[in-house]
Structure formats: structure tokens, C-alpha cells
Write a protein that binds this ligand. Structure first.
Ligand SMILES: *[C@@H]1O[C@H](CO)[C@@H](O)[C@H](O)[C@H]1NC(C)=O
Ligand SMILES: *[C@@H]1O[C@H](CO)[C@@H](O)[C@H](O)[C@H]1NC(C)=O
Ligand SMILES: *[C@@H]1O[C@H](CO)[C@@H](O)[C@H](O)[C@H]1NC(C)=O
Ligand SMILES: *[C@@H]1O[C@H](CO)[C@@H](O)[C@H](O)[C@H]1NC(C)=O
Length: 459
């Protein structure tokens, strides 16, 4: 098994851009990982039924390769865009902040006023410009820099995540069909793509979900007439604020870039895919055994390094022409995506392709180990109603089924807590943090008052 795993890694490495010069280094490297990995296995087996799994949460291996003498960033603003695996990123920020008692700029309800442009007064506990120290701001908002700056310290690190607008539209169509009238009226995304103007009225609320949604989330006019100059100017503005823009399609590579930018340990950026929608099973061979790669993967997103998720039924039914039309329809988003795709790959090349492959491999090993320890059935995602512990059932949105996980039974308390945090759906986790941060407030009451419409949008 050990050998297979190392061999798989090396195969994956050589199928990439790495020349034979790296082969020996790579082999040695993976041998080292494999041994470390085996050691972990031994530790678990020794402790028999109940793995001493907190060791995995605090082991030096989980820290990843040293980042030198940098200080971890603790002032962070994450613009949580829609349908981009941002719930998974949010979970990591929650865990990092909770473990270190950092304070969150929490919404009064579940979102920071979305879809209205963000205002500082939407943050719970806000008492005037920089009057209270907030460390992390990460809930859905329509970005509005001057107002964010009233809340967050001057040295805040801003980052976000984007995704190919066509796959984003597929995901948005599945999640928001019942919320956005323009989608609701179309039978399929293909029909919508054929002639969006037939369905789209910009004056109807929630139709913003159907056009240039990224552009909208970044706070810009998503209905503006496209011009390259306008798009260039806007992207330049975004760059001034956001030091890192990640790609959902390359989630693991993104996490490595993020951890280096933030000076965070490896285990802080390991996660299971949250808020994933159920994919219709179809004849795909490559994914066979490993559910872990599902837990690892991002809903509807192609995962690099050999795993390739099924295409959604919608994408299979979109014609080339419809894809082109969707691209034109989301022309600002397409511009944005191309611009940050370019930057992303520049960053990866600066980082070093081989170094990136190595850290991504470590990340995946750690994730697989955590999945084995924490998750029932090795991390097979399950439908919400089948999750016995009702408190960790994910919120459901529209006709698609949002999957969740079950914890391995019989974990010791400390491990259970750590594992639970990794799979806790975002609404529940937000309530928990809220209760910690505002112990005397009636936080539970507040949560219950949230309108269903807004809750729907939070995904
Ligand atoms: C966080 O706060 C708790 C309770 O006040 C305390 O026990 C713990 O040591 C703190 N942790 C850190 C990392 O400061
Ligand atoms: C939307 O509203 C604006 C101003 O209220 C109006 O000028 C415009 O014609 C409306 N657009 C549509 C498609 O109804
Ligand atoms: C993203 O960048 C890569 C590397 O430069 C390029 O091969 C790819 O075509 C780009 N994708 C898009 C959608 O621009
Ligand atoms: C485990 O946690 C529960 C509640 O969080 C507590 O009631 C119980 O006593 C704990 N058990 C141990 C062995 O610490």
C-alpha cells in the first residue's frame, strides 16, 4: 500500500511538467512522506480502536514544511464569492480563528447585508471606525471597500476565490433556480443560454444571481455595457485591494499559495469539501475507489492531479454554442476570470512547479489521513436526512441535495471536537462562534429569525 501510494504520487509528478532532473529528488521526497505516513498509520494501529487522533491535529507533520520566521497573519478579509467552494474556505477561517480566540466580523444574521452593498453597521458589535478589533471577516457580502475599511485593521490581508463563469453558471442554475426568476422561467440552463434576454429583467430582485455574479460580489455594476477599458480599470482596482485571488478549479494549489501568503501551518488549510451538491452518478471510471477524493474535491469542479469529477448533467447538455453564449452573457466575469487565472499561474510559476506538486501531495496525504480518522465510511458524503446527528445536517437550497458527512463513531472527546469542526456546516458554525463571541446576547433567537430567502442565498 505504501509503495502504491508513493508510486501514484511519482506517476502524477512525472505526468506533469517535471523533468527527469527532479525525479530523484521527487522519489526521495515521496519515500520520506511514505515513511512518515506509515508512521502515522502505526501510531493509529497501536492505539487500536480509538485512534489517538488528536496526535494528527497537533503532530509536526500536520504543520507542513517550515515557512521560516514569518508571523502568521491574523487580520484577514475573505470576500466569499458565490458557488466557488468558498464555504470550504470559510470553514478553514472559522477553525483557525476559533482555535486562536480571534474575533470575527459576524453578520447580525447570516450575511453581511447581501445583496445590498456592505455597510460597517451590518457587523455585529461594530462601534464606529476601528473602535473594536476584528480579526476575520469572511461572510457573503457585496464588496464595498470604504465600509470594510471601517471595520478591519489597516494591515488586513484581503483575498478571494473565483471560478470559470460557465461552471459557476451551472452551479448557480442548480442552486438558485427557485430564487432567481430569470433561471426559474428557463427549463434548462441551455435554454437560458440560448437567449438570456428572453428571461432576464435586470429590475427584478435576485436576477443578479444569473449574470456576472462574481462582478456583482466584487461590488461592481454587473449590468454595465462591456468595454475592455472599463473591465481593465475594475480589475486593476480589485488588484489594489486583493493580494491573492484563488481558483476553485485548482483548490489545493490555491490552499498552498494561501498558506504561504498567510504564513499558516499546513493543517490550517486542510479541509473536506463542504456544501457540495449531489452529482448524478454516471459511467466514469477514474474515480473508482476513493471517496476521500470526493470529500477532498470541490462540488462540480475538476480536480487536478488525476481525479476528475463527473461533469454535471447540465454541462453535458450544453452545446458549444450555448457555452459561448453563456461566456458572452457573463462577459465581465469572463474577463475577471481570465485576468486572475493569468495571475494565479504566474504565482504558481514563481512558487515553483515542483515545490507546488510536493506541497499539494502533502496536503492530500494529510487530508486522507484526517478523513480516515474523522469520517464514517472513509468520508463518503451522505444526504442530509441520513445524517444521524441533526445538528450537523447541512442547510438545503433549492432542488439539489446538499451533502454532508458523518463522524466516525467512538472518537475521544478532543478528536471528536476537532473532527466535528471540519464538517460543521457553515450556518451551525456561525451560530456557535456567535454564541462564543457574544455570550450574553440572545444569539440563538437571532438565528431563528433569519428569513428563509436570505438563508437560501447564503449558499
Ligand atoms: C482561548 O480562550 C480560552 C478560554 O478563555 C482559553 O482557555 C484558551 O487558552 C485560549 N486560547 C488561546 C490560543 O489563546
Ligand atoms: C428597469 O428600471 C429602469 C428604471 O426604473 C427603467 O428605465 C428600465 O426600463 C427598466 N428595465 C426593464 C427591462 O424593465
Ligand atoms: C489559464 O491560464 C493557463 C496558463 O497560462 C492557460 O493555459 C489557460 O488557458 C488559462 N485559462 C483561461 C480560461 O484563461
Ligand atoms: C465529553 O464531552 C461531553 C460534552 O461535551 C461531556 O459531557 C463529557 O463529560 C466529556 N467526556 C469526557 C470523557 O471528557
Amino acid at each position: 500500500m505504501l509503495y502504491r501510494r508513493a508510486a501514484r504520487m511519482v506517476k502524477c509528478l512525472t505526468c506533469g511538467h517535471v523533468g527527469p532532473v527532479w525525479m530523484w529528488k521527487a522519489l526521495l521526497f515521496f519515500a520520506a512522506i511514505a515513511i512518515a505516513d506509515q508512521l502515522l498509520d502505526v501510531i493509529f494501529k497501536k492505539s487500536s480502536v480509538q485512534p489517538a487522533a488528536h496526535s494528527i491535529f497537533s503532530s509536526p507533520d500536520a504543520q507542513g514544511p517550515s515557512l521560516g520566521s514569518c508571523q502568521p497573519h491574523t487580520h484577514i478579509m475573505f470576500l466569499k464569492t458565490h458557488k466557488t467552494a468558498s464555504s470550504t474556505v470559510l470553514n478553514m477561517l472559522y477553525r483557525f480563528g476559533e482555535e486562536r480566540n480571534l474575533s470575527f466580523a459576524l453578520p447580525v444574521r447570516y450575511q453581511l447585508g447581501y445583496p445590498l452593498p456592505f455597510k460597517a453597521t451590518m457587523v455585529k458589535g461594530y462601534r464606529g471606525p476601528r473602535a473594536v478589533e476584528f480579526h476575520i471577516m469572511a461572510h457573503h457580502m457585496r464588496f464595498n471597500k470604504p465600509e470594510v475599511e471601517k471595520v478591519m485593521p489597516a494591515d488586513t490581508f484581503y483575498f478571494s476565490i473565483v471560478r470559470n463563469p460557465i461552471s459557476l453558471a451551472e452551479s448557480a442554475f442548480a442552486y438558485f433556480k427557485s430564487v432567481a426568476p430569470a433561471f426559474h422561467k428557463a427549463k434548462t440552463l441551455g435554454e437560458f443560454a440560448d437567449n438570456p434576454m428572453k428571461f432576464y429583467d435586470p429590475n427584478i430582485t435576485y436576477n443578479f444571481l444569473t449574470r456576472n455574479l462574481l462582478w456583482f460580489d466584487f461590488g461592481m455594476d454587473h449590468n454595465a455595457k462591456f468595454s475592455v477599458e472599463e473591465a481593465q480599470r475594475a480589475v486593476a482596482t480589485i488588484r489594489q485591494t486583493f493580494k491573492l485571488v484563488l481558483l476553485s478549479e485548482y483548490f489545493d494549489q490555491s490552499m498552498i499559495l494561501l498558506r504561504h501568503a498567510l504564513c499558516w501551518p499546513l493543517d490550517a488549510v486542510v479541509s473536506f469539501s463542504l456544501n457540495a451538491r449531489q452529482q448524478k452518478p454516471s459511467g466514469f471510471g477514474g474515480m473508482s475507489g476513493s471517496w476521500v477524493s470526493k470529500a477532498a474535491a470541490v462540488a462540480g469542479v475538476k480536480v487536478t492531479g488525476g481525479h476528475s469529477l463527473t461533469k454535471t448533467p447540465e454541462s453535458q447538455s450544453l452545446t458549444e454554442e450555448q457555452r459561448d453564449k453563456l461566456q458572452q452573457w457573463n462577459t465581465f466575469d469572463w474577463y475577471l476570470y481570465q485576468a486572475f487565472n493569468q495571475t494565479f499561474w504566474d504565482e504558481i510559476h514563481k512558487f515553483g512547479l515542483a515545490e507546488m506538486e510536493q506541497e499539494v501531495a502533502l496536503l492530500r496525504i494529510l487530508r486522507e489521513d484526517l478523513a480516515r480518522v474523522c469520517l464514517r465510511d472513509g468520508g463518503k458524503p451522505v444526504e442530509a436526512q441520513q445524517i444521524r446527528d441533526k445538528s450537523i445536517r447541512p442547510f438545503q437550497s433549492g432542488p439539489v441535495k446538499i451533502l454532508g458527512y458523518e463522524l466516525q463513531p467512538g472518537l475521544d472527546n478532543r478528536t471528536r471536537t476537532s473532527c466535528l469542526r471540519m464538517i460543521m456546516p457553515e450556518l451551525q458554525y456561525k451560530d456557535l462562534l456567535d454564541a462564543k463571541q457574544f455570550p450574553r446576547a440572545q444569539t440563538v433567537q437571532q438565528g431563528k429569525q433569519t428569513s428563509t430567502r436570505m438563508r437560501k442565498d447564503s449558499h
